[in-house]
Structure formats: C-alpha cells, structure tokens
Design a binder for this molecule. Structure first.
Ligand code: TMP
Length: 399
C-alpha cells in the first residue's frame, strides 16, 4: 500500500459531543493509501468499527429529502427490474430504503442498535450485528439464500473488504444479484472532494478496484449506474460468475474512463494530494478575509465531510460561529474535534448570518431552494468543491 495523503489528526466524524465529553475524545491519524495490485484506495489504518457504529450513531438517512427520494426511486427500480420476493439490506440505517418493501419481504443488517430497534418497530426483522462470514452463515442457516442483496453507503465502511464480499457470495442465491452503491473515487478526484475521506469511508471505491475484488470473490459486475447522491456515486450490479444477467457494456466504459483518468497510476493520487493541500490554503485565506471584513460565518449541515475539512484545515470557532443542522441528535452538541456548537436552522440561520460554508455541499440544490430568502437578502454560500469559491445569487449550479 502506497501512502499518498495525510489529513492529520481526526476525530470520529459523527461523534458529536457534549462539552464535558471533550477530554476523552478519540483521535487518530488519517492517512490514505493506494494498493498497486487491487487498485483499491483505503485508509492506511482503519478505525475500529464499534467506535463509529454503535447505539449513539446520529446519521439518519431520512435527514434529507434528496436521500428519501433517492431510496424511494431505487426501491421502485429494483422492484420493477428484478421483482425480488425477498431482499436483504446490509446497513439498513433508519429503514428509509427497506420501508418500500413489505415486512414479509425485507430484512436488514444494522449494527447501530438505535436504528435497528426503530426499524424493528416498523415490523422488519433486523440483525443488529456487523456484516461478516459468521453472520452470513447464521442468516443463511435460518432464512436460506437471498435473490437480492442490497447495500447503500455501507460496503465502503467495512475494513475487511475480502471477507465482506465472501460473506455476500455465501448469502446470495446462485442466480441472485448484489446491488450496492458507494461514493465514486473518480468523482472524488474530479471534484477534489477530499472530505469524502473520513473514518467511516474505510475505502473510496473505483470500479476498477471493485471489479478486481468482486472477481476474487467469485462474482462479476454486469451493470453500473452513476448517481448524483453523496457527491457522485456508483451503483454496481453484480452476480455470481457466469450468472444469468447479460452484461450491458457499462463496466467496460467505466473501466476505460477510469484508466484514461489515471486511476491505475500512483502519480494521479500524488497530484490529488497536492490539490488537496492547495484547497486547504485557499479555504483558510478566504475564510480569514471574510472574517477580517467583519462578517459572520456559519456552516450549513453538520456533516461527516465538514468534520474532515474543519479538522484537516484547523477551522474552529475563530472562523465559524456555529453550525446549523436539522438533526435533533446533533443540536446542542459540539462538532467532533474542533468543537463548533451545532444549533437548529430555526435558532441560527437568521438575518445576522452573512456567509454559510456548505458543509452539506452535496445537497446544494435542496439547500438553495430552501434558503432562497438568504440568497435574496445578499447572503452567500462558501464551498470548497470543486474549488474554493463564494456562491452568490441564483441560479447556482450543482458542483
Ligand atoms: P450527509 O451529507 O452525510 O448526508 O449529511 C447531511 C447532514 O446535513 C445531516 O446532518 C442533515 C444536514 N442537513 C441540514 O441540516 N439541512 C439540509 O437542508 C440538508 C439537505 C441537510
């Protein structure tokens, strides 16, 4: 594994704390590397999953309209295209996807007990454990194999990718499909969105790496969709080698595109690391200029991505007064590491705000629609994606 980037000392990205919890806060050194053999981009040292995914986990899939709509459409598409009689979701969070399947048809794996329990209350069978070979064997023993296994923004969270895919292979019917979506490495490089890298994202997947890893596990990709969610993601459709689904040519197209973009070469990643360092310098310069001009800056969306940016750049309450976020579990707490207070938009997004850093830049459309009044009265958004700049007035294009 070749190290190419260091994002410094980072906390658990979603561990919002109360003021007295500050002293015991966990930090680790975030270093990212490229595996020349599999072409996988991963953390050099993984954070132990129970430190991140436990009964205090605060990220709700249903916290944005964009994601609610995305999972409604995805569920509908899967039902129409594959008509599964049973679906197993790995990482079912608060049931935003699963709820579109009847309780007799959907089953979930969710290690965060708070979400496992609330989804059980909806009537679903949920295993509140981490996905592993052991769990796969247990589930197959009790429920048989699944025709459809689905996972969104979860497979990239699991350090041991080899075991993860072996466990999927074991639980999958001979003719079954494994559909999963995660942020795209190509999109991250193109948007310079280095904040995709935080503890939970143990890997940032390219199609090239997934193709290699799935092959090793006895599976093959037969189709790929590109989606705009989470700053650009790939939805991969895989089956057991020689399975019944025809290949539609998208794999070859993506492999070619990634190869042309240099994703198989170390030098692409060292160039990216340089752009990341420049982005940090420019963001700090811009925030200092704005602040020195007597303006009030807040941050919009207490995201894991913003934890990564603020800790890497050393941005605290000297520059950002507070963060506004709609998630009740984050409000009244301090952001991880740099300890910026989080308040509700009703409390904090008022006329006193001059600038808002887009912590949730991936929801630009949703946010600018909602905050048209802020823009009309001269309020301005700041983003670092794809480059550091100020966004003013409407219409604003998605980065
Ligand atoms: P995500 O980027 O990991 O999906 O997290 C989005 C966070 O941003 C989540 O805490 C909810 C918050 N958010 C707002 O506070 N207001 C909004 O309008 C949107 C879209 C998200």
């Amino acid at each position: 594994m070749k190290k190419f980037l260091s994002l410094g000392k980072q906390p658990i990205a979603n561990a919002f704390i109360t003021p007295d919890e500050g002293q015991d806060e966990f930090f680790y050194n975030l270093k990212v590397g490229f595996d020349k053999e599999t072409k996988l981009v991963s953390h050099m040292d993984f954070v132990d999953p129970p430190l991140m995914f436990n009964d205090s986990y605060v990220y709700h899939t249903s916290s944005s309209k964009t994601m609610i709509k995305h999972f409604e459409e995805t569920a509908k598409m899967i039902q129409e295209r594959f008509g599964p009689n049973r679906i197993l979701e790995i990482g079912s969070n608060d049931g935003t996807f699963l709820r579109h399947f009847g309780i007799a048809h959907g089953m979930g794996i969710e290690p965060c007990e708070n979400f496992a329990e609330s989804t059980r209350q909806m009537g679903f069978m949920i295993y509140s454990e981490f996905w592993s070979n052991k769990l796969s064997v247990e589930i197959v023993g009790r429920h048989g194999r699944f025709y459809t296994i689905y996972s969104a923004n979860c497979i990239c969270h699991i350090p041991n990718i080899k075991e993860t895919l072996e466990a999927v292979y074991f639980a999958l019917d001979e003719n079954g499909i494994f559909i999963f979506e995660d942020p795209s490495l190509l999109e991250m490089l193109e948007r310079n969105s280095y904040d995709q890298i935080y503890d939970e994202h143990a890997h940032i997947f390219s199609i090239t790496a997934l193709n290699n890893l799935l092959k090793e596990a006895g599976m093959e990709i037969f189709s790929i969709d590109k989606t705009q969610v989470h700053g650009g993601s790939n939805r991969v459709y895989a089956q057991k080698e020689g399975g019944p689904h025809p290949h539609d040519g998208t794999l070859e197209l993506e492999l070619e595109q990634e190869s042309l973009a240099g994703l198989n070469e170390v030098k692409t990643y060292t160039a990216f690391a340089k752009r990341v360092r420049n982005s940090k310098t420019k963001l700090l310069e811009l925030l200092h200029d704005i602040k020195d001009g007597g303006n009030k800056i807040v941050s919009y969306g207490a995201t894991s991505k913003s934890t990564s940016v603020f800790n890497y750049c050393g941005i605290g309450t000297d520059l950002i007064d507070y963060i506004v976020d709609t998630t009740p579990d984050k409000q009244g707490k301090l952001s991880p590491g740099v300890h910026i207070p989080v308040v509700s938009p009703e409390e904090g997004f008022d006329d006193s705000v001059d600038y808002a850093f887009l912590g949730a830049w991936n929801y630009l459309d949703e946010i600018t629609k909602k905050e048209s009044e802020f823009l009309r009265r001269g309020g301005q958004f700041i983003t670092h994606v794809p480059e550091v700049r100020v966004l003013r007035g409407e219409p604003i294009c998605q980065p």
